[in-house]
Design a protein around this ligand. Structure first.
Ligand code: FE2
Ligand code: FE2
Length: 147
């Protein structure tokens, strides 16, 4: 497998884990507005996986399977969700997942890659920043309200 495909595979795996993390977290959220927004974010991650997978295939390599990597960071998210339920617990778990996504994508944008692939990675990074900002804002609001 080419070096670039390996790197894109690690990104795609992160997005697959994010998808399943959202899937779990959404079940805990009772606020319909927040649930709808998180569902849109979950679908962003599905699109990220699709686009990265197409890029990997275009290099003649095999994209990762769309199943959660339980050895990955998601374990922390699931543990957090299980130990603290409800909207707050879900948002806290997703926040730590998004922090890792943002850190990883912030590094990925400087990888040496073809322009079309770079633009996918940059666009995805923009989504990740938007996801994290929304979650931070919601947590802030919920914390203020319950004070
Ligand atoms: Fe993503
Ligand atoms: Fe995200």
């Amino acid at each position: 497998m080419k070096e670039i495909s390996k790197k894109l595979t690690s990104l795609a795996q992160l997005d697959i884990d994010a998808f399943f993390g959202y899937e779990e977290a959404i079940k805990e959220v009772d606020d319909p507005t927040i649930r709808d927004q998180l569902t849109r974010f979950r679908e962003d991650h599905r699109r990220h996986v699709d686009e990265l997978s197409k890029a990997i295939a275009s290099f003649g390599d095999t994209p990762p399977e769309f199943s959660p990597d339980f050895k990955g960071f998601i374990t922390a998210g699931f543990t957090a969700i299980r130990s603290q339920t409800g909207t707050m617990g879900a948002l806290m778990a997703l926040k730590s997942n998004e922090e890792l996504s943002n850190k990883t994508y912030s590094e990925a944008i400087s990888w040496d890659m073809p322009v079309d692939v770079k633009s996918i990675v940059e666009k995805n990074y923009g989504d990740e920043q938007r996801h994290l900002k929304y979650i931070q804002d919601r947590l802030e609001t919920l914390t203020t309200v319950s004070r």
